[in-house]
Design a protein. Structure first.
Length: 472
């Protein structure tokens, strides 16, 4: 029985409710009155239910789709301004006991080199990331109780936070590790993590079980209920995602929003972020072997509809996507992107050799961080290295209320400018620096509070003198 408040996966992601939503969506997809009403509701910045959003996703009327795209762009601007938060993944270990059929780290893959970073390796990798200018990482590891126990993850987080190379620092570590216990989530929270990210891969139970034939990840309920355990463990910023290509995208989309509604209903706060990965080629993985691949137009529509449905949730796009696709979805509500990512263990210090296929997936956007930063600015965005919110205790519903109050313009906006200034001072090429300096001067005028603007101006001057880490 569908019940968003239930703690049972099969109730809050009720299969029949997903199917009924898709039927509803098919029925009204091209009904202009209904579609207009739903767009109007989204325009009120109230978000949409999974059924309403599913109608928009199914809609094929070109003028309505265009309207959705313009609105998605506007909503993103209203709540997140023109800032784009930057991050990079850090692969700690590719030892894994699961049998995920889409992932090259699956246990049966006997020829992929297995690697696990020592704490010394982590120092080298993080130093390389700091030297690029990164301040925010997402750590990734396969599931392996003896090779990657929680103690290893916690020790690695401590190491990452302790490294200070020149002016560098990693100020926020997000964690993408396998579903675990409330106790372990509590330990992660105490270690000072930012967001706990776990992709559902697919919400379709039968497919989920077939795609995860062996290992602990096979347990659909344990995986799907992980975010509830994370929240019980005190982590109130959680990141959802599905791996598009595994199942019908419309099924995944409805269920993803049902998951968000469930978190809101039970814990009073929805997901902090939603990621939209698409399956990619990797060592022994052929994306064409999966029947549900989506084209770029569909992908863009999914991003726009997520933005309309959950206006306050951050949306993340990785380097799985090309520059062109990233450029397109940045205009449809994406708020966070990775840059200069390496998806192999140890890849920042030792880039993959041609014959070494140990990347988790092929990266499409291979540009340097400096190139990505410059490109964002040329497109009119502010690349932000800000990590202030969780360090100021603005997590969960406190972050959401800041977002809703519109105060973000006096908080996140100057923080973005100050962290961009640090980047320009410490890491940028001359051309990027030139573009960035004039952008900061321009954007400073958009800080609405005169007092905040003055403080920001003063801090920017102090950054030029060598001081670091200011925040509102
Ligand atoms: N092992 C952890 C887990 O079970 O969630 C960590 C996650 S893994 C390092 C990060 C994500 O990469 C996975 O959740 C999956 O969605 C994605 N991924 C795996 N194989 C992929 C592929 N071939 N193409 C694109 N993304 C992939």
């Amino acid at each position: 029985m569908y019940d968003p408040k239930s703690l049972r996966a099969e109730d809050f992601i009720d299969h029949d409710e997903v199917l009924a939503s898709l039927e509803y969506a098919n029925k009204y997809a091209d009904n202009a009155d209904i579609v207009d009403q739903i767009i109007e509701k989204a325009r009120q910045r109230k978000g949409l239910t999974h059924r309403e959003a599913s109608v928009l996703l199914a809609c094929t009327m070109p003028d309505k789709i265009q309207e959705m795209y313009s609105l998605a762009e506007q909503i993103k601007k209203d709540f997140y301004g023109n800032r784009i938060v930057m991050f990079a993944p850090l692969y700690l270990s590719n030892y894994c006991i699961n049998g995920c059929v889409y992932c090259p780290y699956h246990r049966q893959n006997a020829h992929i080199p297995r690697k696990k970073l020592t704490q010394e390796d982590i120092v080298r990798e993080v130093t390389a990331l700091q030297d690029m200018g990164h301040k925010r990482l997402a750590i990734e590891a396969g599931e392996h109780p003896s090779m990657n126990p929680i103690e290893y993850i916690l020790e690695s987080i401590r190491t990452i936070y302790s490294i200070k190379h020149r002016n560098g620092a990693i100020r926020r570590v997000n964690v993408n590790i396998a579903a675990t216990t409330v106790e372990n989530y509590r330990k992660l929270k105490e270690a000072g993590i930012g967001t706990y990210i776990l992709f559902q891969e697919t919400y379709h139970k039968q497919s989920y079980e077939a795609l995860h034939p062996t290992g602990p990840k096979h347990d659909y309920a344990y995986h799907t209920e992980a975010m509830d355990r994370a929240m019980q463990g005190g982590i109130d910023d959680v990141g959802l995602g599905v791996l598009f290509g595994l199942q019908s995208y419309r099924y995944e989309f409805a269920a993803l929003l049902m998951h968000a509604e469930h978190l809101e209903a039970v814990h009073g706060v929805g997901p902090h972020t939603i990621s939209v990965p698409r399956i990619k080629h990797a060592d022994d993985i052929d994306p064409n072997a999966f029947d549900n691949g989506i084209d770029d137009d569909t992908f863009a529509k999914i991003c726009a509809c997520i933005r309309l449905a959950v206006p306050y949730t951050g949306m993340i796009i990785s380097t799985r996507e090309s520059k062109a696709v990233r450029e397109r979805v940045l205009r449809l509500g994406v708020s966070q992107i990775s840059g200069a990512s390496r998806t192999s263990v140890g890849g920042y210090c030792e880039p993959e050799a041609e014959d070494d296929n140990s990347e988790q997936f092929d990266v499409s956007d291979k540009r340097t961080l400096d190139e990505v930063v410059r490109w964002l600015m040329e497109l009119g965005f502010i690349p932000s290295f800000c990590t202030a919110c969780y360090r100021e205790g603005r997590t969960g519903d406190r972050f959401m209320s800041l977002c809703k109050s519109g105060q973000i313009q006096n908080c996140c906006h100057p923080n973005a400018l100050m962290t961009l200034k640090e980047y320009l001072e410490d890491y940028a090429s001359p051309e990027t620096r030139r573009i960035g300096e004039s952008l900061i001067q321009r954007e400073l005028e958009n800080v609405t509070s005169e007092r905040v603007r003055e403080i920001a101006r003063r801090n920017l001057a102090l950054i030029e003198e060598g001081k670091r880490d200011f925040r509102f």
